[in-house]
Design a protein. Structure first.
Length: 278
């Protein structure tokens, strides 16, 4: 007998010999090298007349020897794959619709771009035409203004005096330049008053020939008087004259004489001079 100590300290023995009465014995079931939890032994010391509690079913592959233990996992994977496949199909369908809409939109934009490019080309051509017309209009206006100043000359550098008579002053200046008793329509000061500079005396002659004579003679006869006579130019012609003034001076020192007439620097033959563009 094997002594066994209980929790209260008493000793009890368990017989190692078999009882003459056959105990209720349930053989353990061995699956895959493991004992089923439902397998129990009936000991002689256990109450064999007490009804056994129903054993709860356990999800164990050993309960069904023919079942595949990976079947639930495979089924779960298959369900997940089906959901993923359906979701991918839905995404593909949505993407196809979006791509079709985008392609249609791109085609529309391309068509609009072609129309816009055509309109821009038309506008550019129109702008080019308008620029040409504008240049022609500016030249035409300048020509009309030049014609209106045809008989005008300016006396530059003549000292201002209070209560002066510009017609009388112009007559005296013209006499010094070699034109006696010219026919003067009107004369007055013109331009912006600047400190240290006298305004020009603008004179309108009745005869164009008197103007030509004055412009030819004034350089020699008025060179030491402190004032001079010049043509009444338009703003456009004046800018053109000043633009080439340095080259005209260099050409004069080398023996080439030019004169400004009709808005252009001209040579001895009367044709516009071709300057070297630097």
């Amino acid at each position: 007998m094997n002594p066994e100590t209980t929790k209260k300290g008493t000793v009890r023995t368990r017989s190692c010999t078999r009882s003459t009465r056959e105990p209720s014995l349930t053989q353990p079931t061995l699956y895959d090298g493991r004992l089923s939890r439902a397998s129990t032994f009936s000991s002689p010391h256990m109450d064999t007349h007490r009804p056994h509690r129903a054993t709860e079913p356990v999800d164990n592959p050993g309960d069904n020897p023919g079942a595949n233990p990976f079947t639930p996992i495979s089924q779960s994977i298959e369900r997940s794959m089906r959901r993923i496949t359906e979701e991918l199909k839905r995404i593909e369908l949505d993407f196809g619709k979006a791509l079709e809409f985008t392609n249609a939109r791109v085609r529309t934009l391309e068509a609009n771009d072609v129309r816009t490019a055509s309109k821009i080309k038309s506008l550019e051509d129109r702008i080019t035409e308008l620029k040409k017309e504008n240049i022609k209009n500016i030249e035409s206006v300048n020509k009309q203004e030049r014609f209106s100043r045809r008989n005008n000359v300016r006396i530059v550098g003549y000292h201002f005096a209070p209560h002066e008579n510009c017609i009388k002053l112009a007559t005296e200046v013209f006499a010094k330049a070699g034109v006696e008793s010219p026919k003067i329509e009107r004369a007055h000061r013109d331009g912006i008053q600047r400190e240290g500079r006298d305004r020009h005396i603008l004179v309108r002659l009745s005869f164009y020939q008197d103007k030509i004579t004055l412009l030819k003679r004034q350089r020699q006869r008025l060179h030491d008087c402190g004032f001079f006579i010049t043509d009444d130019l338009t703003h456009m012609d004046l800018n053109e004259k000043r633009k080439w003034s340095h080259q005209v001076s260099d050409l004069y020192q080398r023996g080439t004489k030019l004169r400004f007439s009709g808005g252009k620097w001209r040579g001895q033959d009367g044709k516009p001079y071709a300057f070297d563009v630097q």
